[in-house]
Structures are given as structure tokens and as C-alpha cells.
Design a protein around this ligand. Sequence first.
Ligand code: BG6
Length: 515
Amino acid sequence: MPDTSESRHPFLEGLSKHRGSPPTVIVVFGASGDLTARKLIPAIYNLGYDNLLPADFYLVEFSRKSIPDDVFRSMAVDSINQFSRRELDGGVWQSIGERAFYQSGGYDDLEAFNQLRKRIEKIEKDLGRPVQSLFYISTPPSVFKPILENLGKSGLASRHLGEKEASKVIVEKPFGRDLESARVLNDVISRVFQEKQVFRIDHYLGKETVQDLLVQRFANSIFEPLWNRRYVECVQITVAEDLGVGSRGGYYEQSGATRDMIQNHTMQLLSLTAMEPPVSLDPESIRDEKVKLLKAIQPLKLGPEDGDVVRAQYGEGLIGGERVPGYLQEEGIDPESNTETYSALRLSINNWRWEGVPFYLRSGKRMGRRVSEIAIQLKCPPGNLFSASEKFDLAANTIAFQIQPDEGSTVLLNAKIPGLETRTQPVKMHFRYSTTFGSNTPEAYERLILDAMIGDSTLFIRGDETEASWNLISPLNDYWDSIGRRGMESYASGSWGPLESERLLWQNRHQWRRP
Ligand code: BG6
């Protein structure tokens, strides 16, 4: 491993448990896709750089295209050069690249899966030891089913390492497109794998700041007394992107902001923020609490005037000083499309902790800037000592967790402006990852691939969890599908969303933050 001070990064020290993973072959289905180049290959490379891959590690890329091994290896080098958080180190790549292979085959071609099994058996024979196989399904969802079925029929899903299952499967999002399809998918998976072999990915859970939420909430006594309906006025969760739909129009048209971001990433942020303390940190205890929370969310009110939801599409506008087209003018987008690029929801959680506290969620593309944050706005103090004069500029106390890009947390307080007169002003107390721990923290996919290799499912979604989330979201998508473009709002690229989304908050005398 290159000897740099980064190897003392606290994240890496905390990962020492990972150094014991058994010999492993990762098989990526959908190898020629965007995610593989942008995220998976760079993540595997960086794990190698940090010496966190098992000593005997193999990579097999499986896809329909026919690509020779050496071409695949040079494509992998390109993707490291382009997307890795660290520069390419020839020695590190060599040790991965010499055990990286490409296999072409149809996802519905059982014979190709039999070949894959033989390849893994050959690796074991040459090595003289059994290896575990981790199947990473990163294809379009339409082929999840044949892949899973062929993993079953070929015997790849039921391989054993001594007493333990030697096969695991990582399933990328989107995990279904509604409750019904998620159920069908869970059913197919459960016919082939046991739940403990299944790792449904939501890459937000691999983000450092998202994991830190558990630490912030449950390792600090300062927050716990405030974390309930007595002190919290409302909670706002924002996942905003400045990027547009780019070249992913085909996928996005089938998805939209609610399926793409709200149903998964934003709901995960919500459940970690609002769930009850788990009895321990083991995966099932945490996931049990998340499911309980999701089940306590009340069905959304769907309707034009006092409904809990707003959707919109971006129009043209300015991003970083450059003029960008509106959604309907983007390549591959139906000019009559009713796919939303912005979605805002107002949720009520019917339990002892949160009854009466609105939770506002929003996510959109082409917004003012890329930022994800969770903001807990507290109630104002009783009495009006400081509220009777315009000399007092006061803000509601707010605890904000910045998930990205400027990772950290902020507490908004009111303070006296120095001077002989008593005047006040809101001020911020900051904690910043970059100043405390240094930058260049590991990417979400590094953590998640590593956890799947050692079988730790804490940061993955359980089957019932995804169904609980779809149970809330599916009626909304059905409703929008049924009304076509009616009620579709629009917002200028580079803005903070449609005016109508303010209505969701005004009705409770709240306002969206400008993060
Ligand atoms: C993906 C969505 O899951 O998350 C994309 O499909 C989105 O549309 C991306 O751009 C955002 O991820 P991140 O980590 O950049 O916030």
C-alpha cells in the first residue's frame, strides 16, 4: 500500500475489521454501464489502494457486449483516471487488473451462467481454496429477474464456504417502480437467496455523513431531549442537485424525482432522523426501527389545493452562469412528458414522538446548487422578551446536518451584536468534516462493497423496508399518472423550485430554508 498520511484517516482505522474478508470474486452484471465506470471500478480501485481487498480478490465483469479482457482492463484504467478520488497508482492497479476478467453473455442465457460458474470453480481450483462470490446486479431493472433466476438455476446462488453461504447478491436501485413490482422482485429474490445473502443498495447509506447521523443522535445527550414534538417545530430534508437529466433521459422518463430520489435516498434520511433508538447497533435492530417509522407515516393527501405533494419540471435557466435548456427540450425527453424533475412532500408521522410535527421533503434536479441537508427547526422560546422590536433579528434555532457537499453540521442560534445597544442577530456554530478530519473521505460505494464482502447488512435496505416506503409513494405516482400533465408546475433552472412548493409550508406558517 502506498504509504501516505491518509492511511491514518479515522474511517480507515475503523475499517480494520474488514481486513479479514475471505477470498472473493465480485461479478458485476451490467459491466458496460455508467455506474460501473463512474463508481464501481473506482471504488474497487480505492479499496485496493487502502489494502482493504482480500489478498485473493478477483473481478469478473459480465455483460451482453463482447469485449476482450485487455480492452476491458484498459477501460477500467480510463474510468479510474476519470472518476477515482485518487490518481492511478500502477502497482495498485496491477494487482487488481491481473485478476480482472470479462465475460460476455446474455442475462437470460443459462449457458452463460454455467460458464461463469465454471470460471469461478477454476479460480478455486487454481487457488486451492474456496472463494465467496458477490454478484452485483447493476443492470436496468428489466433484467433483474432473469439474472436472479439464472443465478439460481446455475447453482451460483447456492454455493457454500464450509458451513456458510458463499454467495451474496447486491441489487442496485431502482428496486421496483411501485409496491407491486417491489413485491414481485422480493419474491423472486427470496426464491433464490436467503435474506441474509441479499444487499439492496441505497448509496446514500454509504455516505459518511449519513452514517454519522446515528452517532450524532445516539452518542450525544445534547440532542435527545429536544428530539420530539415538544421542541421540534418542523423538519426539512432537502436533496438538491444542480445537474440536469443529462444523457439518462431514457431511464429518467420512466422514473422521475419521486421514484429516483424520494422513495429511496430521501426516505432513508428521514427514517434515520426520525426513528426510535435501536436496542443495539446490529443490522436487524436498526432496520426494525426504520420499518416501524416508515409504517407510522400517514398516507399522503393527494389533491390540488390542500394536498401534501407538489411536482414540477425545470424550465430553462442559468446554472453556474451558463444558460441550460428546460427538461422538455432535453435529448430523449418527450416534449409532452409528465415526468417530474422536482418533488416536494409534506409528511405526518403518527407516533408519540412526532405527532403534529410536519416533515417536509424535497428533491429536484437543476436547482440552485448541489446540496443535501437535514434541518431540525426548533420551536421558538416562550414569552416575548426579544420579539417585540425590529432591533431584534431572530431566527428559529435550527440544527442542520449537511450531508453534502460541505459535510458537517450547524446549529443556528441567536446572539447579541456587540455594542452598547441590545440588538440581536442569528449566528451559526459549525462542525466541518474537512477541518476536523481532512478531506478526501471514502466514497459511499467503497464502504458498501466492503460491507457486503464481510456480510454486514446494516447499511443496506431490507425487503420489508423497501415495501414500506413504496406503500407510501405508490399511490402518489398512480395519482400523478392518472392526471397526466395537469397540475405540473415549472421552475427556472438554478432556482429553488416552484412557488407552489412554498404552499406546503405556508399552510403551517413555515418556510423552506435556503441551504
Ligand atoms: C442516484 C440517482 O441514485 O443518485 C441520480 O439515480 C442522482 O439521478 C444521484 O443524480 C445522486 O447521488 P449523489 O451521491 O451525487 O447525491
